[in-house]
Ligand binder design. Structure first.
Ligand SMILES: Cc1cc2nc3c(=O)[nH]c(=O)nc-3n(C[C@H](O)[C@H](O)[C@H](O)COP(=O)(O)OP(=O)(O)OC[C@H]3O[C@@H](n4cnc5c(N)ncnc54)[C@H](O)[C@@H]3O)c2cc1C
Length: 391
C-alpha cells in the first residue's frame, strides 16, 4: 500500500513495539505513543517471565507460529548483549493418563508427528526427574526440551531500544483519549492534555485499554484478571532446571503453570483460567479466595511450597478476545485504523513474529495466519477450523 507513509502506534507493549520496528524496517515514518514509562508498570508485556512453548494441543496453526517464534528468540539471543530467552524446556504433568482429545496428548502427538523429540515420562520416573512434584498425584506427562521462558520486562525494554535506534519517534506521557477522524478516515489521536498526533494510519495496540479507544470492539474483547503468585523457597536451588523447568500441571483441569526460581530465588506461578472480567484500571490485587485455591493446588502438587508465605501476588490482566485468537487487522469500516491486540493470555511467546503479522495486515498482505486474526463479528469464524488430524 504505497500511499501509507506515516503510522502512529498507540501502545508500547510487545504488539506496538514489534509493529513499530517492522514498519520502520519497511520504510514507514513511525511514531509510538504511550503514557509511559516503557515498559509500563501495568502492561501485560512487563513481568519477570513469560512462557514460550509450541505445545498447543491439536492446534497446528499456533504451534507452527510458535516454532517460527522460537527460531526468532534464538536469533535475538545471539544478537542481544544478554540472552533473554531461556530454553529450559517445558514439563507437562497430568494426574490422569494422557488421552487423545486432551491438551497434553494432542500436543504430544502433533509435535512428535512434526519431528520434535519429546520425552514421554515413564512410570515411576517423576521422583528422580522432578522431585519437587507429588509423584503420587501426577502419574503421566512429557517434557519438551524445545521451550522455555522469556524475561518479559527486559525484552520489552530491549525492543524499546531497538525501536528507538531504528529512527522511530517515541513519545511518552501521551495517553490517547480519542482517535481523530476526518470523514470516515482515522488520522491521529488526541491525548488527555489536548496534545494531538497525526498520521496516515493509526495502529491501536493498547492491550486491555484498546476498547477505550475503539469502543465498538467491547463486545468482542475485554480485560480479564488472572492471579499471579510468587514464593521464595529457602532452597531455591531445588527449584531450578533441570529438576524444575517451566511447567504446566493438569493445565486443562487446573490452569496452573509456572517457572523455575529466578536469580533472586523467587518461584512464580499463575493461573490460566476463566478469570474475572474487570475494568482495565482495576487495582491490581488478587481477589476473593484466589490464595486458598493456589494453596490447595500446591498442597496436592508442590508440597515444599504449600506452607510458605506468599512473597508477592498480583492481578494481571489478559486482553481476551471472545474466541481466544489475536486481533490483528484493519477496521473494515473505517479507513486509517488498525487494531493489534487481543493477546488472550498467550501472545508474548510470539513477540519475534508479531511485528511481521501487524505489518502484513497493514499492507493487506495475506499470510497463513491473517484469517485467524482477522477483524470479525462475535461468533464469526473466518478461517478454516485448524485442528490436528494426526498427519
Ligand atoms: C498474567 C499474565 C500472564 C501471561 N503469561 C503469558 C505466557 O506465559 N506466555 C505468553 O506467551 N503470553 C503470556 N501472557 C500474554 C502476554 O503477556 C500478552 O498477550 C502481551 O504481553 C500483550 O501485549 P500488548 O502489547 O497487547 O499489551 P501491553 O503489554 O499491555 O501493552 C499495552 C500498552 O498500551 C499502553 N496504553 C494504554 N492505554 C493507552 C492509551 N490510551 N494511549 C496510548 N498507549 C496506551 C500501555 O501503557 C502499554 O504500554 C500473559 C499475560 C498476563 C496478563
Amino acid at each position: 500500500m504505497a500511499s501509507i507513509r506515516s503510522v502512529l502506534v498507540l501502545g508500547a507493549g510487545v504488539f506496538g513495539l514489534t509493529a513499530a520496528l517492522e514498519l520502520a524496517n519497511r520504510g514507514y515514518f513511525v511514531t509510538v505513543a504511550d503514557p509511559g514509562p516503557i515498559p509500563h508498570p501495568k502492561a501485560a508485556s512487563n513481568d519477570v517471565s513469560r512462557m514460550v512453548r509450541m505445545d498447543y494441543g491439536g492446534d497446528g496453526l499456533y504451534s507452527s507460529l510458535s516454532a517460527e517464534a522460537i527460531e526468532g528468540w534464538h536469533r535475538w539471543n545471539a544478537q542481544w548483549a544478554r540472552e533473554l530467552y531461556h530454553e529450559d524446556g517445558f514439563l507437562l504433568l497430568t494426574s490422569v493418563p494422557m488421552a487423545p482429545g486432551e491438551f497434553e496428548q494432542d500436543s504430544y502427538s502433533l509435535l512428535t508427528s512434526r519431528g520434535f523429540s519429546l520425552e514421554k515420562l515413564t512410570p515411576g520416573e517423576l521422583p528422580r526427574r522432578a522431585p519437587q512434584w507429588d509423584s503420587g498425584y501426577y502419574i503421566d506427562g512429557y517434557f519438551n526440551p524445545r521451550a522455555g521462558w522469556a524475561e518479559a520486562g527486559a525484552v520489552t525494554a530491549q525492543l524499546l531500544e531497538e525501536v528507538s535506534d531504528s529512527g522511530v519517534e517515541i513519545i511518552t506521557g501521551f495517553s490517547a483519549v480519542e482517535l481523530l477522524q476526518q470523514g470516515n478516515k482515522v488520522c491521529g489521536a488526541v491525548a488527555a492534555d489536548g496534545a494531538r498526533l497525526w498520521a496516515d494510519w493509526v495502529v491501536v495496540a493498547a492491550g486491555v485499554w484498546t476498547t477505550l479507544l475503539v469502543p465498538e470492539l467491547a463486545d468482542r474483547m475485554w480485560p480479564v484478571g488472572q492471579p499471579i503468585f510468587y514464593f521464595k523457597p529457602p532452597d531455591p536451588e531445588n527449584y531450578r532446571p533441570p529438576l524444575f523447568p517451566p511447567w504446566g500441571a493438569d493445565i486443562p483441569r487446573s490452569g496452573w503453570y509456572g517457572f523455575p526460581a529466578n536469580s533472586d530465588g523467587v518461584v512464580k506461578m499463575a493461573n490460566h483460567g476463566p478469570g474475572i472480567r474487570v475494568h482495565p484500571d482495576v487495582e491490581r490485587v488478587i481477589q476473593g479466595d484466589e490464595e486458598s485455591v493456589c494453596r490447595a493446588f500446591l498442597s496436592r502438587s508442590l508440597p515444599g511450597l504449600a506452607r510458605l508465605p506468599v512473597h508477592e501476588s498480583k492481578l494481571c490482566l489478559y486482553s481476551d478476545t471472545w474466541d481466544g485468537d489475536f486481533w490483528i487487522d484493519r477496521d473494515p469500516e473505517r479507513e486509517g485504523l488498525m487494531v493489534a491486540t487481543g493477546g488472550s493470555g498467550h501472545a508474548f511467546k510470539f513477540t519475534p513474529v508479531l511485528g511481521g503479522l501487524v505489518a502484513d495486515a497493514l499492507e493487506g498482505i495475506e499470510n497463513p495466519y491473517s484469517k485467524r486474526f482477522a477483524w470479525r463479528a462475535l461468533g464469526e469464524v473466518k478461517h478454516e477450523e485448524i485442528r490436528y488430524t494426526g498427519e
